[in-house]
Design a protein around this ligand. Structure first.
Ligand SMILES: O=C(O)CCC(=O)C(=O)O
Ligand SMILES: [Fe+2]
Length: 252
C-alpha cells in the first residue's frame, strides 16, 4: 500500500538537499527567454515512479478516447486518450497529493520568477493524456492558465514523434486564434523528451503542441497552475468545457 507521508518526506528532502541553485538558475533563464524549461530535477525517482504507476493504472481503468477540434484553436486536432481531473481525484491518491505539495510549488515559483499557485478552476488542475495510435496528437493550442508542469511517463523515440514544439511570446485571441500567423511570425522551439522528464511551460503565452506519434506510446500528466494575476481574472473555459462535455469518441 502506498504511503503518501513517506513520499512527501522524500520529496521534501530531495528538494532541500538535491536541487542545486545552478539547476534552478539555468531553468529560470531558459523559462524567461524560451517560455519553457526542463525541470526534471524537481522530484526524486521514488516520486516519479509513484506518479508513473498511478498514471498507468488510471489510463487502464478510466482512459477515454477523444477526437476533437475547437474553433478557438483554429480546429487543430486533439486525438488522444484522457483521464480527467475528477477521475484522477476519485480513483487515485498520489497525483492529487503531489499537485499541491509545497516543495514543488516552491521550486516552480523560483523557476518562474513569480508565485505559482494551484489552479482555482478544478478541471484544469491535472489531466492525463495518452497518445497511442498512429496520428494521435495534441495539436497547437494555448492553455487558459499561466503555467503547466508536465511529467513524462512514457515517450517514443523522437524519430516516431511525440516531441513538444512551442512558440513563446504569443497570445490567445479566442475569437481570432490565427495559429498559422503565430507560427510564421516567430521561431518554433522543439524539445526532445524522455521518460522521467518534467518540463514547465508558460502556456498562456506560449503556443504549443505535441508532434503526432507514429509508433509507440506517449503518456503524460499535465498539472496546470495559476499566476497571481490569474487568481483575480475572469476566464472562459470553452475548450476544456467542450473537451469534457463531449461524448467519448470510440472505445474506452
Ligand atoms: O503532452 C504535453 O507535453 C503537453 C500537454 C498539453 O499541452 C496540455 O495538456 O494542455
Ligand atoms: Fe497545453
Amino acid at each position: 500500500m502506498f504511503d503518501s507521508r513517506v513520499l512527501y518526506q522524500e520529496l521534501r528532502e530531495h528538494v532541500e538537499r538535491e536541487v542545486a541553485p545552478d539547476d534552478i538558475a539555468t531553468a529560470r533563464r531558459d523559462f524567461s527567454y524560451l517560455g519553457h524549461a526542463k525541470v526534471s530535477f524537481v522530484a526524486p525517482d521514488s516520486v516519479k515512479k509513484a506518479v508513473a504507476d498511478e498514471v498507468n493504472e488510471l489510463i487502464d481503468k478510466a482512459g477515454t478516447r477523444r477526437d476533437l477540434r475547437f474553433a478557438e484553436t483554429d480546429y487543430t486536432p486533439r486525438r488522444m486518450r484522457n483521464v480527467t481531473r475528477a477521475e484522477i481525484a476519485d480513483l487515485g491518491t498520489v497525483i492529487s497529493g503531489i499537485y499541491t505539495a509545497e516543495p514543488i510549488l516552491r521550486v516552480l515559483s523560483e523557476v518562474a520568477g513569480e508565485p505559482v499557485h494551484p489552479c482555482p478552476y478544478e478541471p484544469e488542475q491535472f489531466v492525463i493524456t495518452c497518445l497511442e495510435k498512429d496520428g494521435d496528437t495534441h495539436g497547437w493550442h494555448w492553455d487558459d492558465f499561466t503555467f503547466a508542469l508536465v511529467w513524462v511517463v512514457e515517450c517514443p523515440p523522437v524519430e516516431h514523434g511525440g516531441f513538444v514544439q512551442c512558440v513563446p511570446g504569443t497570445t490567445w485571441n479566442k475569437k481570432r486564434p490565427e495559429i498559422n500567423r503565430a507560427l510564421v511570425s516567430r521561431p518554433i522551439y522543439s524539445m526532445e523528451l524522455f521518460p522521467g522528464d518534467l518540463y514547465l511551460m508558460r502556456t498562456n503565452t506560449t503556443l504549443h503542441r505535441v508532434a503526432p506519434v507514429r509508433q509507440g506510446r506517449r503518456k503524460i500528466i499535465n498539472m496546470g497552475y495559476a499566476s497571481t494575476s490569474d487568481l483575480t481574472r475572469d476566464f472562459t473555459h470553452e475548450t476544456m468545457d467542450q473537451l469534457w462535455a463531449t461524448a467519448p469518441a470510440g472505445e474506452v
